[in-house]
Design a binder for this molecule. Structure first.
Ligand code: PLP
Length: 392
């Protein structure tokens, strides 16, 4: 006997993974250069050189027992101090290192935060388009997930729609900026309007509505666009950060949760998150990578390659007549499907070995996602295929 929900989750692959595997199979038949795979968000730039240097330094100079040993469940003090120092230097944010909890990437961090907030009947508002795994984590935690319909075509946040959906049962609102899948960065103005609404509603309901900021893409913005540090706009924010994309370390599983000292019931919330992580079997984040972060918390990615890809696609596709939100961040373009049916359009593209992910699973039908952490040459080869798909 097994748990049916767990079995269903384990036996059904995500649509993105399916597409990626399909691309691998097609490449074996028609050749790598004839498949245009925009399915998977795996960073295509290497980690900054400082990461390899840090690993060398750790292996050469640290006590091996310490390198690979357990740290405290919340993480090694030196890594937490380095992260706090970096945030304080950049944002003047008054982050206390004791309020950081190191995790194995944003996914388990989000799951822990959801569990920590899951009071009976608790509701979580998620702004569409959104990362599909949120629903899996919310269901597992017993939170009812409510979706805020997308703000087309700009993909900011429709504040009046959030207002309509907030109820006394709302424990949290989740935002992800820079956004997967839209590539949009929420403006300071959008975040301030959301903060004002949540402050008013928290007062009205007599309990805090926490903002959960899912931030794996915080460092990935282009053209000088600002991704504001949300706790400074709304102190009742819990940040789930990851180095998967910012340092190109997705397989190493390292990130952090930050609970501001200024948040309502900050100590209780932090303890509940630590307890939720514990109940999910979290022992400590990978130890070697904590030591790397202690040395590399201030490192930033070199975004030149992503930016070149972004501009090639954005300029190329908009010149052909495709409509897309302004891709100021992350490494995604979210494009309106010609004809309106993104599933049908993506299927048509697949027939030409162009792999696009329909927006339906992201809570936004009618759009498809392009993940541009790919080779530049592939983008150039794929543009004629995009053009051909517009022909009647
Ligand atoms: N949140 C968003 C929006 C993502 O796109 C991803 C991964 O692609 C995650 C969370 C999970 O990231 P991690 O690798 O840190 O678990």
């Amino acid at each position: 006997m097994v748990n049916e929900t767990a079995y269903a989750l384990g036996s059904n692959r995500s649509c993105i993974r399916e597409l990626f595997e399909y691309g691998r199979r097609r490449a074996a038949i028609v050749g790598e250069e004839n498949v245009y795979d925009y399915s998977l968000g795996n960073p295509s730039i290497p980690a900054p050189p400082a990461v390899a240097q840090a690993i060398g330094d750790i292996l050469a100079h640290m006590d091996p027992v310490q390198i690979h040993g357990y740290t405290s469940a919340a993480g090694d003090e030196s890594a937490r101090r380095a992260i706090a120092d970096d945030l304080n230097r950049r944002f003047d944010a008054h982050v206390r290192w004791e309020k950081l909890f190191l995790g194995a990437g944003a996914a388990p961090e989000l799951a822990a935060v959801f569990h920590a907030l899951a009071v009976p009947g608790g509701e979580l508002l998620v702004v569409a388009p959104y990362f599909p795994e949120y629903r899996v984590f919310a269901d597992a935690a017993g939170l009812k997930m409510q979706v805020v319909a997308p703000d087309v075509p700009d993909f900011q946040i429709r504040i009046p729609v959030v207002a309509e959906l907030l109820t006394p049962n709302t424990v949290g609102v989740l935002v992800n900026s820079p956004n997967n899948p839209s590539g949009v960065v929420y403006t300071r103005q959008t975040l301030q309007a959301l903060a004002q609404l949540l402050q008013e509603k928290s007062r009205e309901f007599g309990h805090p509505i926490y903002l959960i900021a899912d931030e794996p893409y915080r460092e990935l913005t282009y053209g000088g666009v600002e991704a504001p540090f949300i706790p400074l706009i709304y102190p009742d924010t819990v940040v789930c950060y990851s180095y998967s994309k910012s340092l190109s370390l997705p397989g190493e599983r390292i990130g952090y949760i930050y609970v501001p000292e200024e948040a309502t019931d900050s100590d209780t919330l932090y303890a509940a998150i630590a307890g939720a992580a514990r109940s999910c079997g979290h022992v400590c984040a990978p130890s070697l990578w904590q030591h790397v972060i202690a040395r590399c918390a201030g490192e930033r990615p070199d975004l030149a390659q992503y930016d070149r890809n972004r501009r090639a696609l954005y300029d190329g596709l908009t010149a052909m007549g495709y409509e897309t939100a302004r891709p100021d961040g992350a490494f995604y373009l979210f494009v309106k499907a010609p004809g309106g049916d993104a599933v049908a359009f993506s299927e048509k593209a697949k027939q030409r070995d162009l792999l696009l992910v329909p927006g339906d699973d992201f809570g936004c039908p009618g759009y498809f996602r392009i993940c541009y952490c790919v080779k530049y040459e592939m983008i150039l080869r794929s543009l004629p295929v995009f053009r051909a798909l517009l022909e009647p």
